[in-house]
Design a protein around this ligand. Structure first.
Ligand SMILES: [Zn+2]
Length: 270
Protein backbone atom coordinates (compact mmCIF):
# COMPACT_ATOMS: atom_id res chain seq x y z
CA UNK A 1 0.00 0.00 0.00
CA UNK A 2 1.28 3.45 -0.88
CA UNK A 3 1.86 5.65 2.13
CA UNK A 4 2.66 9.24 2.88
CA UNK A 5 6.17 9.92 4.15
CA UNK A 6 5.89 12.29 7.09
CA UNK A 7 3.17 14.24 8.83
CA UNK A 8 3.57 17.40 10.89
CA UNK A 9 0.83 18.71 13.17
CA UNK A 10 0.98 22.51 13.30
CA UNK A 11 -0.41 23.82 16.58
CA UNK A 12 -1.66 27.30 15.73
CA UNK A 13 -2.79 28.30 19.21
CA UNK A 14 -6.39 28.79 20.25
CA UNK A 15 -9.42 30.89 19.88
CA UNK A 16 -11.47 31.33 23.04
CA UNK A 17 -15.15 30.49 23.05
CA UNK A 18 -18.13 29.54 25.13
CA UNK A 19 -17.98 25.74 25.15
CA UNK A 20 -21.70 25.73 24.38
CA UNK A 21 -20.82 26.38 20.73
CA UNK A 22 -19.04 23.03 20.58
CA UNK A 23 -21.04 20.74 22.84
CA UNK A 24 -24.79 20.90 23.15
CA UNK A 25 -25.98 18.56 25.80
CA UNK A 26 -28.05 18.36 28.96
CA UNK A 27 -26.05 18.85 32.13
CA UNK A 28 -23.17 20.56 30.36
CA UNK A 29 -24.26 23.41 28.14
CA UNK A 30 -27.97 22.95 28.66
CA UNK A 31 -28.23 23.32 32.38
CA UNK A 32 -30.49 22.14 35.14
CA UNK A 33 -31.96 24.72 37.52
CA UNK A 34 -29.28 23.99 40.12
CA UNK A 35 -26.70 25.47 37.73
CA UNK A 36 -28.65 28.52 36.67
CA UNK A 37 -26.12 30.94 38.14
CA UNK A 38 -23.02 29.08 37.01
CA UNK A 39 -20.74 31.25 34.84
CA UNK A 40 -20.16 30.50 31.17
CA UNK A 41 -17.36 28.03 30.57
CA UNK A 42 -14.74 29.50 28.21
CA UNK A 43 -12.70 26.98 26.32
CA UNK A 44 -9.37 27.16 24.48
CA UNK A 45 -10.71 26.27 21.04
CA UNK A 46 -7.44 25.05 19.56
CA UNK A 47 -6.79 25.33 15.85
CA UNK A 48 -4.30 23.30 13.85
CA UNK A 49 -3.10 22.65 10.33
CA UNK A 50 -1.36 19.54 9.02
CA UNK A 51 1.62 19.36 6.69
CA UNK A 52 1.83 16.05 4.83
CA UNK A 53 4.92 15.00 2.87
CA UNK A 54 4.35 12.39 0.18
CA UNK A 55 6.44 10.97 -2.69
CA UNK A 56 4.28 13.04 -5.03
CA UNK A 57 4.43 16.37 -3.29
CA UNK A 58 3.85 18.34 -0.10
CA UNK A 59 0.37 19.20 1.02
CA UNK A 60 -1.04 21.58 3.61
CA UNK A 61 -4.36 20.63 5.19
CA UNK A 62 -6.23 23.73 6.38
CA UNK A 63 -4.84 27.18 7.07
CA UNK A 64 -6.13 28.11 10.55
CA UNK A 65 -6.97 31.70 11.54
CA UNK A 66 -5.48 34.92 10.17
CA UNK A 67 -3.26 37.35 12.07
CA UNK A 68 -5.70 40.18 11.33
CA UNK A 69 -8.72 38.32 12.76
CA UNK A 70 -9.74 41.20 14.99
CA UNK A 71 -10.53 43.43 12.02
CA UNK A 72 -11.20 40.86 9.33
CA UNK A 73 -13.94 39.13 11.26
CA UNK A 74 -15.82 42.35 12.11
CA UNK A 75 -18.54 41.91 9.44
CA UNK A 76 -19.48 38.55 10.96
CA UNK A 77 -19.27 39.51 14.62
CA UNK A 78 -17.34 36.29 15.22
CA UNK A 79 -14.37 38.14 16.72
CA UNK A 80 -16.55 38.61 19.82
CA UNK A 81 -17.52 34.95 20.09
CA UNK A 82 -14.31 33.25 18.93
CA UNK A 83 -11.48 35.72 19.61
CA UNK A 84 -8.17 34.28 18.34
CA UNK A 85 -6.47 35.53 21.45
CA UNK A 86 -4.51 32.57 22.79
CA UNK A 87 -1.80 32.53 20.20
CA UNK A 88 1.89 33.37 20.42
CA UNK A 89 4.10 34.68 17.64
CA UNK A 90 5.57 31.24 16.98
CA UNK A 91 2.11 29.68 16.67
CA UNK A 92 0.78 31.65 13.69
CA UNK A 93 0.60 29.46 10.60
CA UNK A 94 3.33 31.35 8.70
CA UNK A 95 5.64 31.01 11.71
CA UNK A 96 4.96 27.29 11.96
CA UNK A 97 5.74 26.72 8.29
CA UNK A 98 8.90 28.79 8.68
CA UNK A 99 10.02 26.64 11.62
CA UNK A 100 9.83 23.64 9.28
CA UNK A 101 11.74 25.50 6.58
CA UNK A 102 8.74 25.52 4.27
CA UNK A 103 7.88 28.66 2.32
CA UNK A 104 4.41 29.04 0.76
CA UNK A 105 6.04 28.57 -2.68
CA UNK A 106 7.21 25.11 -1.71
CA UNK A 107 3.72 23.73 -1.16
CA UNK A 108 2.29 21.65 -4.00
CA UNK A 109 -1.24 21.46 -2.59
CA UNK A 110 -3.30 23.45 -0.11
CA UNK A 111 -6.46 21.58 0.81
CA UNK A 112 -9.33 23.00 2.83
CA UNK A 113 -11.47 20.73 5.02
CA UNK A 114 -14.14 23.42 4.64
CA UNK A 115 -14.17 27.17 4.16
CA UNK A 116 -15.08 28.47 7.61
CA UNK A 117 -13.21 31.51 8.95
CA UNK A 118 -10.98 29.46 11.27
CA UNK A 119 -9.82 27.05 8.55
CA UNK A 120 -9.65 29.25 5.46
CA UNK A 121 -8.15 32.24 7.27
CA UNK A 122 -4.86 32.16 5.39
CA UNK A 123 -5.97 30.81 2.01
CA UNK A 124 -5.08 34.04 0.20
CA UNK A 125 -1.43 33.62 1.30
CA UNK A 126 -1.16 30.56 -0.92
CA UNK A 127 -3.27 31.60 -3.88
CA UNK A 128 -0.92 32.54 -6.69
CA UNK A 129 2.16 30.75 -5.32
CA UNK A 130 1.66 27.85 -7.71
CA UNK A 131 0.15 25.55 -5.10
CA UNK A 132 -2.97 23.78 -6.28
CA UNK A 133 -5.90 24.90 -4.09
CA UNK A 134 -8.42 22.18 -3.34
CA UNK A 135 -11.78 21.85 -1.58
CA UNK A 136 -14.96 19.82 -1.91
CA UNK A 137 -17.27 20.78 -4.77
CA UNK A 138 -20.32 21.16 -2.50
CA UNK A 139 -18.32 23.43 -0.20
CA UNK A 140 -17.21 25.68 -3.02
CA UNK A 141 -20.71 25.86 -4.50
CA UNK A 142 -22.21 26.73 -1.14
CA UNK A 143 -19.50 29.15 -0.01
CA UNK A 144 -19.73 31.21 -3.20
CA UNK A 145 -23.45 30.72 -3.68
CA UNK A 146 -24.92 33.02 -1.05
CA UNK A 147 -25.50 36.76 -1.39
CA UNK A 148 -23.50 39.21 0.71
CA UNK A 149 -20.10 39.21 2.37
CA UNK A 150 -20.66 36.39 4.84
CA UNK A 151 -23.07 33.69 5.94
CA UNK A 152 -22.56 32.31 9.44
CA UNK A 153 -18.90 31.37 9.65
CA UNK A 154 -18.25 31.58 5.89
CA UNK A 155 -16.54 34.87 5.11
CA UNK A 156 -16.19 35.38 1.37
CA UNK A 157 -13.11 37.59 1.55
CA UNK A 158 -11.20 34.60 2.97
CA UNK A 159 -11.49 32.67 -0.28
CA UNK A 160 -12.99 34.95 -2.92
CA UNK A 161 -11.14 34.83 -6.23
CA UNK A 162 -9.22 31.66 -5.36
CA UNK A 163 -9.06 29.20 -8.21
CA UNK A 164 -10.18 26.03 -6.39
CA UNK A 165 -9.94 22.58 -7.86
CA UNK A 166 -12.72 20.51 -6.41
CA UNK A 167 -13.08 16.90 -5.34
CA UNK A 168 -16.25 14.89 -4.85
CA UNK A 169 -16.98 11.72 -2.91
CA UNK A 170 -14.17 9.94 -1.11
CA UNK A 171 -10.99 10.71 -3.01
CA UNK A 172 -7.61 8.99 -2.97
CA UNK A 173 -5.63 12.15 -3.60
CA UNK A 174 -1.94 11.47 -2.99
CA UNK A 175 -0.02 8.37 -1.88
CA UNK A 176 -1.45 7.52 1.54
CA UNK A 177 -3.82 10.51 1.56
CA UNK A 178 -7.58 10.10 1.16
CA UNK A 179 -10.25 12.75 1.59
CA UNK A 180 -13.49 11.56 3.14
CA UNK A 181 -16.68 13.44 2.45
CA UNK A 182 -18.17 14.22 5.86
CA UNK A 183 -20.95 16.77 5.39
CA UNK A 184 -23.21 18.11 8.12
CA UNK A 185 -21.08 20.76 9.81
CA UNK A 186 -21.07 22.47 6.39
CA UNK A 187 -22.34 21.09 3.06
CA UNK A 188 -18.87 20.09 1.87
CA UNK A 189 -16.87 19.35 5.00
CA UNK A 190 -14.15 16.75 4.47
CA UNK A 191 -12.03 14.66 6.80
CA UNK A 192 -8.58 13.40 5.80
CA UNK A 193 -7.14 9.91 6.26
CA UNK A 194 -3.37 9.60 6.11
CA UNK A 195 -1.60 6.26 6.02
CA UNK A 196 1.96 6.31 7.32
CA UNK A 197 4.62 3.57 7.29
CA UNK A 198 5.30 3.44 11.05
CA UNK A 199 2.37 5.21 12.67
CA UNK A 200 -0.33 3.49 10.65
CA UNK A 201 -3.47 5.46 9.83
CA UNK A 202 -4.55 8.82 11.18
CA UNK A 203 -7.89 10.48 10.47
CA UNK A 204 -8.14 14.24 10.82
CA UNK A 205 -11.84 14.94 11.24
CA UNK A 206 -11.73 18.71 11.06
CA UNK A 207 -15.13 19.98 12.21
CA UNK A 208 -17.02 16.84 11.24
CA UNK A 209 -16.12 16.04 14.87
CA UNK A 210 -15.09 18.93 17.12
CA UNK A 211 -13.67 16.96 20.04
CA UNK A 212 -13.55 13.64 21.85
CA UNK A 213 -16.65 14.58 23.77
CA UNK A 214 -18.49 15.14 20.45
CA UNK A 215 -17.42 11.72 19.14
CA UNK A 216 -18.71 9.76 22.12
CA UNK A 217 -20.50 7.49 21.80
CA UNK A 218 -23.00 8.94 22.36
CA UNK A 219 -22.40 11.61 19.72
CA UNK A 220 -22.89 15.18 20.94
CA UNK A 221 -23.98 17.75 18.36
CA UNK A 222 -22.94 21.39 18.26
CA UNK A 223 -24.44 24.83 17.76
CA UNK A 224 -23.04 25.27 14.24
CA UNK A 225 -24.41 22.42 12.16
CA UNK A 226 -25.75 22.91 8.65
CA UNK A 227 -27.53 19.53 8.44
CA UNK A 228 -27.94 17.55 11.64
CA UNK A 229 -28.89 14.21 10.06
CA UNK A 230 -25.87 14.41 7.76
CA UNK A 231 -23.70 15.35 10.73
CA UNK A 232 -24.64 12.17 12.63
CA UNK A 233 -24.16 10.07 9.51
CA UNK A 234 -20.68 11.51 8.92
CA UNK A 235 -19.57 10.84 12.50
CA UNK A 236 -20.58 7.19 12.16
CA UNK A 237 -18.93 6.98 8.74
CA UNK A 238 -15.67 8.22 10.26
CA UNK A 239 -16.02 5.84 13.20
CA UNK A 240 -16.49 2.91 10.80
CA UNK A 241 -13.44 3.78 8.72
CA UNK A 242 -11.39 4.43 11.87
CA UNK A 243 -12.28 1.00 13.25
CA UNK A 244 -11.59 -0.73 9.97
CA UNK A 245 -8.18 0.89 9.59
CA UNK A 246 -7.32 1.02 13.31
CA UNK A 247 -6.75 4.75 12.83
CA UNK A 248 -5.94 7.40 15.39
CA UNK A 249 -8.76 9.94 15.16
CA UNK A 250 -7.69 13.57 15.54
CA UNK A 251 -10.54 15.97 16.24
CA UNK A 252 -10.96 19.49 14.90
CA UNK A 253 -10.86 21.54 18.08
CA UNK A 254 -9.88 19.30 20.99
CA UNK A 255 -7.36 21.17 23.15
CA UNK A 256 -6.46 18.30 25.44
CA UNK A 257 -5.88 15.96 22.52
CA UNK A 258 -3.86 18.43 20.46
CA UNK A 259 -1.63 19.23 23.41
CA UNK A 260 -0.95 15.53 23.94
CA UNK A 261 0.25 15.00 20.36
CA UNK A 262 3.66 15.26 18.73
CA UNK A 263 3.69 18.76 17.33
CA UNK A 264 5.88 20.67 14.92
CA UNK A 265 8.62 21.62 14.82
CA UNK A 266 9.93 19.25 17.52
CA UNK A 267 7.82 16.21 16.71
CA UNK A 268 6.24 14.53 13.71
CA UNK A 269 4.62 11.27 12.64
CA UNK A 270 6.31 8.95 10.14
ZN1 LIG B 1 -13.45 25.01 12.97
Amino acid sequence: MATATKLHVLDCGSMSCDLTWLLLKPGRSIRPRADRDKPVEWYPCTTHAVLVETPEGTMLWDTSCPRDWETRWVPTGLQEFFPYDRVSEEQYLDSRLGQLGVSPEQLDYVVLSHLHFDHAGNVQTFAGTGARMVCNKKEKDWALGFDGAFNGAHLKSDYDGVDFETVEGDTAFLPGVTFLEAPGHTPGTMAMKVDLPETGSMIFTSDAVYMGDSYGPPVTPAAIVNDLAAFYESVEKIRGIAQESDATVVFGHDAEQLWSMRRAPSGYYA
